[in-house]
Design a protein. Sequence first.
Length: 218
Amino acid sequence: MTPEQYFKAVPKTVDMNIRSELYSTNEFTFAVAVILSAQATDKKVNEVTPALFRVAPTPAKMLALGEDGLKEYIRVISFFNNKARSIMRLSAQLMNEDGANETDYKFPKKYHDREQLMKLPGIGQKTANVIMNVMWGMPNIGVDTHVFRNAHRYGWVGVDANTPEKVEEKLLQIIPKKYHAMVNHVMVLHGRYTCKALRPQCASCPVVGICTAHDKTA
Ligand code: SF4
């Protein structure tokens, strides 16, 4: 199954209107939600973020809440201590720049660049890709567990692509450019609900007729 065949068929079966299943209220809270979602499900993150973002929707208010205050909200999320530290460092950095008090927070334009964005505390490559892709429609490919697993499952990348960075590099080469902005969204939703890690739901998959995955179930 080629990427072209996949991206022609699968987007018709996932909700293309929702940009991310993570709850957020502005670009700052989206970044916080993405940081919290590392090795945690969106569902779990969404359980805690509405209350958190009511009190801390901006870098300034997050700093006012403080690290201990933040931990009270995110205690049920894995690695909450490290994540709290990253979020406070990110907030402190953004306090030095425009918009830190704006409820409709938007990252300063200089951060619409992956290298610049990744200079911010707590923002690694995957987080930067997801923010650029979801918030600004930029064609980066955020490689999370679903994208990583299924790029291998479909044979789009080889065993040597053993890190998210290597998978992204290969996907950018083999997936036609016109699909880049949707890759993360489509592969995450398809991977979460249909082409799952264990027992993929092949009977209800739109590419079952052309898929050559070795663990196909239909
Ligand atoms: S047919 Fe099955 S293995 Fe292939 S893409 Fe669909 S769900 Fe995944």
